[in-house]
Write a protein that binds this ligand. Sequence first.
Ligand code: PGA
Length: 256
Amino acid sequence: MSRKPIIAGNWKMNNNKAEAKELVDGIMYGISQLDGSKMPEVVIAPSYTALWQAYDLIKNEPKIALAAQNVNPNPSGAYTGEVSINMLQDFKVKYVIIGHSERRQMFGETDEFINKKAKAILANSMLPIICCGETLEQREAGVTDSHLASQITKALQGLTSAEVEKSVIAYEPIWAIGTGKSCDSTEANRTIGEIRKVVANLYSQDTADKIRILYGGSVKPSTIVEQMAQSEIDGGLIGGASLKAESFVDLIKGAM
Ligand code: PGA
C-alpha cells in the first residue's frame, strides 16, 4: 500500500510577519532545488496572523499546502477570539491540526469538541490532522495503546470511511514533544501500527491502509530518515525543527 508521505511544519506560536516571510521564502528556495516528483506532500501551519501572507507567497507553488493550527467548528457568531472554517477557506487552507496535546492540556479541549471539529472540517472540504498521544505516566503505566484507541475512536465518531481515508492522524507522544527526546523509531512504528488496527476495527482494513499516520515529537533532520524507513510511519508533524528553512528542507529531503 503506497501512501504519499507528508512533512508538516507546525509553527505553533512563532513567527511574526517578517519572520514568516523569511521562513516561507527559504522553504520555497529550498524546494525549488529538489526533484518535485520525489517530494513528500509539504504542509506548513503558520499562526492565524501569518496565514494571509503565507497564502500569498505560496499561491503559485503547488508543492506547499497550508494548514491552520486550530479552528472553531461553529459556522459564525459570538465566539470571541475564534476563527471559523469559512475564514480559513479564504486562504485555501487544506488541513487543520486538531486535538494537539497543547490544546488538550492548556486549553481544555475535549474528545467531543475535537470530534465536532473533525466533522465540520470534513463537511467543508478541508482535512483534519488529528493528533493523539500519551503522557509519560500513561506510557509507564502500560496504558498507551488503550488511551490512543480511546482518543482515536472518539475523534472519528460518526465519520464515514471515505472521510477517514482522506484524513490524517498524527501520533505525538506528549513526553517527546519539544523535549529533544524522540520516541524510538521501532516503538513509534509499533504504536502507529496499533492505531491503524483501531481504524481497521472501526472501519475496514482498506480504510486503515489508506489513512496517513504521521509521527510527531522532536523529529529532527538527524532522525527523519530512520523514522521514514518504518513501514507504518507516513511522515512527520514537526514543531521546533520546522522553524528554520534549512532544517525544514532537510526534513523534506529526508522523506524523499
Ligand atoms: P516538536 O513538536 O517537533 O517541537 O517536538 C511537535 C508538535 O508538537 O507537533
